[in-house]
Design a protein around this ligand. Structure first.
Ligand SMILES: Cc1cc2nc3c(=O)[nH]c(=O)nc-3n(C[C@H](O)[C@H](O)[C@H](O)COP(=O)(O)OP(=O)(O)OC[C@H]3O[C@@H](n4cnc5c(N)ncnc54)[C@H](O)[C@@H]3O)c2cc1C
Length: 556
């Protein structure tokens, strides 16, 4: 439902990709008004990202639509293997198997340690996620979403934002005022460029694969499953000397997102549909019927983070401030977490529960995570992209067999490190943030493949499944939560009073579970709206409840 464009709102969001749409949901659910404009006609047509990581799934669960997201992805029984081939119709080199969606839903309830989570990752293309995010945001009172409109200018007066948007088709212009502006306007961000902020980091690493110009072809090829004589997979990689590619199954039926690296002498402006299909056939190693739905060229080899995420009343998130090489699948997922972090803070400030300076913690918390995440993605890109196929690899000889065995060992190890990443997705931390209570305990090790749950403030709240089968997260309030843990939990009364004084909703949750008590290592813990531990009671942090609540909201 397209609403009339109002002339003012609490927040003006530029960009209706995952970051902007998620922010609209976070704000709308908290009763904060927002206008979202995007210059495209609608949500993405191209599949874009193919991996929704566990942490994003947990946020969709918090917002109540995780089952809709699951239903939009690969079917419950479709394999989510990551498989490597010389060419899809030729030799399979190795595969790394992961649980299909239906199995993942059952398995997660029995998992612990690194995978102590409410959700496992899900294979669903970004284009479908955006549709769900948009549908839910549009239902929220106070949220109006307008595709086909472009931001053409804006000014931060110090008191408010004055912006001008234009209808992309008719050129009609409208003026909008808002208390804040959020630039979720992607890699070429108009908002970021207005301030002249540069990206820092690595702009164009050259690799045999995942480092250079990539041609993306969204195609329909249901015959693929007949032509590929190997079991089905979610992700199909080719490893050879002249046509490296990766291809994700989009719907499990016959639509695929195919990406191949262009070689010198393959200028993208010269690529016709016929040439593009030829590239797909090279990767296939056989001729099959395929129809191009769309195609485009993009650049792999970037690990970039903007120098600044905020200026006055203007915040930036998603690709507007960080650009990934998609190895590890964290670009869109990092954008989602930006929106989650900014969402509760903007809402608290708009409602007068927190001082404006709370917004300064957005960059303080999210920029280091962006540097961490782009760095991890870059290491994965090096691991896969600098490894080259040997000349014998494709030959049907003993030397070829030996080369494929060696490659299989390498690629199998690589797949385990790139696609089993609980530490990457669950382990980001906000240590050093002024609204997090440092308690003097050491942070857990930070590596992509291991996540160590800890109640140390600054990280994701440790998760357990309760005896009655519920996720601990399902007991949390939508706003703030005070967890009372163990056999003799502390008194919630002063916290309830302090929360009331600050005007915030605080859900008090009693959790007698021994595992939770051991994990949190405390009897009282304050959980933020983004499910991050703000404070836990230890000798070092045992301050009055009023101080805890005030500081967690940025009243320092
Ligand atoms: C091939 C490929 C594979 C990928 N795979 C993964 C993956 O597996 N996992 C993962 O996490 N990430 C992946 N990514 C990255 C992911 O697609 C991006 O990180 C994600 O789209 C970022 O979301 P966003 O909302 O920040 O920006 P975008 O999705 O780029 O949205 C920005 C929006 O802003 C709009 N806009 C721009 N300027 C204006 C303006 N002036 N006025 C109005 N609107 C404007 C644009 O139209 C656009 O819709 C992949 C990317 C590529 C290219």
């Amino acid at each position: 439902m397209q609403r009339m464009i109002t002339s003012s709102a609490d927040v003006l969001i530029i960009g209706g990709g995952p970051c902007g749409l998620m922010l609209a949901n976070e704000l709308g659910r908290r009763g904060v008004s927002a206008i979202l404009v995007d210059q495209k006609e609608s949500t993405a047509f191209n599949p874009q990202a193919n991996a929704t990581q566990a942490r994003s799934m947990e946020h969709y669960r918090r917002l109540g639509f995780v089952e809709e997201i699951r239903a939009m992805g690969l079917p419950d029984d479709y394999p989510t293997d990551i498989a490597y081939f010389t060419r899809y119709a030729k030799h399979e080199i190795t595969r790394f198997s992961l649980p299909a969606a239906g199995e993942a839903r059952r398995l997660i309830k029995k998992m612990s340690g690194s995978w102590s989570a409410a959700e496992l990752p899900h294979r669903v293309s970004q284009k479908f996620v955006e549709q769900v995010l948009r549908r839910h945001a549009e239902k929220l009172p106070g949220i109006s979403i307008h595709y086909g409109w472009r931001l053409v200018s804006f000014r931060d007066t110090g008191e408010r934002i004055e912006a001008r948007i234009a209808d992309v088709k008719s050129g009609e212009e409208r003026d909008i005022t808002a208390a804040y502006l959020f630039g979720a306007d992607g890699p070429r961000s108009f908002v970021r460029r207005q301030y002249g902020y540069e990206y820092g980091g690595e702009a164009s690493a050259a690799r045999d694969f995942m480092g250079g110009r990539m041609h993306a072809i969204y195609l329909s090829a249901p015959d693929f499953y007949k032509a590929c004589p190997h079991p089905k997979a979610w992700m199909y990689w080719t490893f050879n000397r002249d046509r490296r590619a990766l291809m994700a199954s989009v719907d499990g039926k016959g639509e695929f997102a195919f990406h191949t690296q262009l070689r010198d002498g393959e200028p993208d402006e010269a690529i016709t549909d016929q040439i593009a299909l030829g590239m797909f056939e090279q990767a296939m190693g056989a001729k099959i019927d395929a129809k191009i739905l769309s195609r485009d060229t993009w650049l792999a080899g970037r690990a970039l983070v903007a120098e600044t995420f905020q200026n006055g009343r203007v915040l930036l998130g998603g690709d507007a401030v960080h650009l990934f090489t998609p190895t590890g699948g964290m670009g869109y997922n990092t954008a989602i977490e930006d929106a989650v972090n900014a969402g509760w803070k903007l809402a608290a400030v708009v409602k007068g529960q927190a001082p404006e300076s709370l917004l300064d913690t957005y960059e303080l918390e999210r920029r280091p995570v962006a540097i961490r995440n782009t760095g991890n993605a870059r290491k994965f890109a090096d691991s896969i992209g600098l490894y080259r196929a040997s000349p014998a690899l494709e030959t049907d000889t003993p030397a070829g067999e030996a080369a494929r065995r060696r490659a299989g060992e390498y690629l199998g190890n690589h797949a385990r490190s790139e696609f089993n990443i609980p530490g990457f997705t669950l382990g980001a931390r906000y240590d050093g943030s002024p609204i997090v209570f440092e308690d003097g305990t050491p942070p857990p090790p930070d590596g992509p493949n291991v996540y160590v749950p800890t109640g140390k403030p600054g990280g994701r709240a440790p998760h357990i499944w309760l005896e009655d089968g519920r996720s601990l997260y399902d007991t949390f309030g939508f706003y703030w939560t005070l967890l009372r843990l163990g056999p003799n939990p502390g008194d919630a009364g002063p916290f309830v009073a302090a929360a009331a004084k600050r005007g915030i909703d605080l859900e008090v949750v009693d959790c007698a579970d021994e595992v939770a008590y051991d994990l949190y290592e405390t009897d009282l813990a304050l959980i933020r709206p983004d499910q991050v531990v703000a404070w836990r009671r230890t000798e070092q942090t045992d301050v009055p409840a009023e101080d805890v609540i005030s500081r967690a909201l940025g009243w320092m």
